[in-house]
Design a protein around this ligand. Structure first.
Ligand code: URA
Length: 208
């Protein structure tokens, strides 16, 4: 009880502090900081790249097309989205204006590093059993170094004594794939990775 209350206080304090973050230049063009969201002691923390156009406007992570893809895969893996904490490696939307459209730009290493303290502080507050890094930017932030997805995906990796990590692709990758066959195959692989997270969750429940 005491642990929960202090974590929730510190999470809301973190969110407030992050709203004024000026650690890199990305705050200048973004609408707002998009901080993580979810239960204060979620057993799973999902990390994406950065908010997209919809997330930037809503101030919430993964509410656009990539979020819908993520929700579908989580559901299929047997994980309720409202039981996981969802955040991004970079908390401001990086984009290039193109007419009325804002084109997503991949965050670079200095931007990922500048934002990493927020991820570290979210991790310390939530203390999840598992961190799922979705895509290369998330993997770089979670492991503190460039971590190839192909070589590392699909198995549990020790992050520290009490936290495991799982690397998988970013849901946006699934949306960009050309061809139905590749889309179906890669979506199934993504769900298979999420099922590894679900199995760990069941194991933890059984042990509790
Ligand atoms: N892509 C991300 O990495 N995060 C979001 O919140 C939305 C899209």
């Amino acid at each position: 009880m005491k642990r929960g209350r202090s974590a929730s206080l510190s999470l809301s304090a973190l969110r407030e502090e992050a709203a004024g973050c000026r650690a890199c230049h990305l705050w200048k063009d973004a609408t707002q900081t998009v901080f993580g969201e979810g239960p204060k002691h979620a057993p799973i923390m999902l990390v994406g790249e950065q908010p997209g156009d919809k997330e930037d406007l809503a101030g919430k992570p993964f509410v656009g097309p990539a979020g819908q893809m993520l929700d579908r895969a989580l559901e299929e893996a047997g994980i309720a989205r409202n039981t996981v904490y969802v955040t991004n490696a970079v908390k401001h939307f990086k984009f290039m204006p193109r007419g009325k459209i804002r084109l997503h730009q991949k965050p670079n290493t200095p931007e990922i590093r500048a934002c990493r303290p927020w991820y570290e502080r979210e991790l310390a507050a939530i203390k999840p059993a598992l961190v799922v890094a979705m895509g290369a930017t998330a993997a770089q932030s979670v492991f503190g170094k460039i971590t190839p997805i192909g070589k590392n995906r699909g198995h549990l990796i020790d992050l520290d004594e009490s936290t495991k990590a799982l690397v998988t692709v970013h849901p946006s990758y699934l949306l960009r794939l050309p061809g139905e066959e590749a889309r179906v195959r890669e979506y199934e692989n993504f769900v298979r990775d999420m099922k590894i997270a679900a199995a760990l969750l069941h194991q933890l429940h059984r042990a509790a």
